[in-house]
Design a protein around this ligand. Structure first.
Ligand code: ASP
Length: 351
């Protein structure tokens, strides 16, 4: 007799570390990582899922402050290796750098057609009032969700936190205290979890599931974030822009992309772009879009060869630059790619 196995949804849970899997050291009071089996013991609800849930854990688990490109590559390798065996992936990750990892993965997993959901918590999962259980359980449900034709409902890298599913490369950590730790200021949530999980289908990326997922592993980290402020000194800017090996700068400007008009400032930027350094303009404001042509103070930047980061987050622009630089593109090619949305990371300005 042939027994036909039911087609259970399947999710691979990748535990990297972070508060969600931490426990208080009774002597020092500091939070320390514990292992994945202990995490599962604290979420017996996982057994009630009618899903095939497998896990992979980083050994040792890491605080996400120690996250780096080599570990993003490790995550991509795990996903690539298991891609055909699972419907979706949930990554448990510390909140501190979760937005960077989500952004990086969105570029590294080309033609992604399955959900990759990052989540974590503000309180460890063993604590009575933890937000971790809810975040983990709903993330698993989203990672397994499929349309009737078998394609994934959310074929994107996302962050799920405090009832909201956000596009990963649009997300920023905004709260070190409250449960609503993340915000996507310039793109609305892809889903909201209440009694039901309400998906906003028109906001979710449309993908071609027939294209094979193509993993990328290379990064070049010769980039710098330079925040301007009233009183910033010429020598400081000069030193930053002449950092040996520097390939790209994220210039954090005022308002809609404005910066001082002083000749020394514009000359230093022009000199840097002439040397092939890519400079991307991102606003210090969390909401809204860089529009350099709006004020004279922005126009000078355009003349100096600075390009717009539109309404992208710093985490997104930083990881996109490192990703493009890793592919050894010329400054001109990088500038072109920065003006093209690869996977919904910025809003196209109205013409
Ligand atoms: N320091 C922790 C981490 O990012 C904080 C957290 O998980 O919320 O790993």
């Amino acid at each position: 007799m042939n027994i036909i196995e039911p087609d259970y949804p399947s999710v691979l849970l990748i535990y990297t570390g972070g508060t969600i899997g931490m426990i208080e050291n009774p002597e020092t009071g500091a939070l320390e990582a514990f292992n994945f089996d202990q995490l599962q013991e604290n979420v017996p609800e996982l057994k009630r899922f009618n899903y095939r849930i497998s896990s992979y854990q980083f050994t040792p688990p890491i605080d996400s402050s120690d996250m780096e490109p080599a570990l993003w590559a490790k995550l991509v390798k795990i996903i690539h290796y298991n891609y055909d065996s699972f419907d979706g992936f949930v990554i448990l990750h510390g909140t501190d750098t979760m937005a960077y990892t989500a952004s990086a993965l969105s570029f590294m997993l080309e033609n992604l057609s399955k959900p990759v959901i990052l989540t974590g918590s503000q309180l460890p999962i063993g604590v009575l009032r933890t937000d971790g259980k809810e975040n983990l359980i709903t993330s698993i449900e989203i990672a397994a969700a499929k349309h009737p034709d078998g394609t994934a409902v959310v074929p994107e890298v996302c962050i799920f936190f405090e009832n909201q599913l956000l596009r990963g490369n649009r997300t920023t950590k905004i709260n070190a205290e409250g449960f609503n730790a993340f915000r996507s200021y310039n793109y609305p949530p892809l889903a909201t979890a209440g009694i039901h999980i309400k998906y906003e289908y028109d906001r979710i990326n449309k993908v071609n599931p027939k294209l094979p997922m193509h993993p990328h592993y290379v990064f070049n980290t010769n980039v710098i974030i330079m925040t301007i402020f009233p009183g910033i000194q010429e020598q400081t800017v000069k030193t930053i822009l002449n950092t040996p090996g520097l390939k790209a700068v994220i210039l954090k400007t005022y308002g809609s992309g404005n910066a001082p008009q002083k000749a020394w400032f514009i000359d230093l930027l022009t000199d840097a772009t002439d040397r092939g350094i890519v400079i991307v303009n991102i606003s210090q404001c969390a909401t809204g879009m860089v529009e350099m042509a709006r004020y004279e103070t922005g126009l000078h930047l355009l003349d100096a060869g600075v390009i717009s980061g539109y309404d992208a987050t710093v985490e997104c622009v930083l990881t996109k630059l490192m990703f493009l630089l890793g592919h050894k593109l010329s400054p001109r090619e990088i500038r072109n790619e920065m003006s093209r949305s690869i996977c919904g990371e910025f809003t196209r300005p109205a013409l």
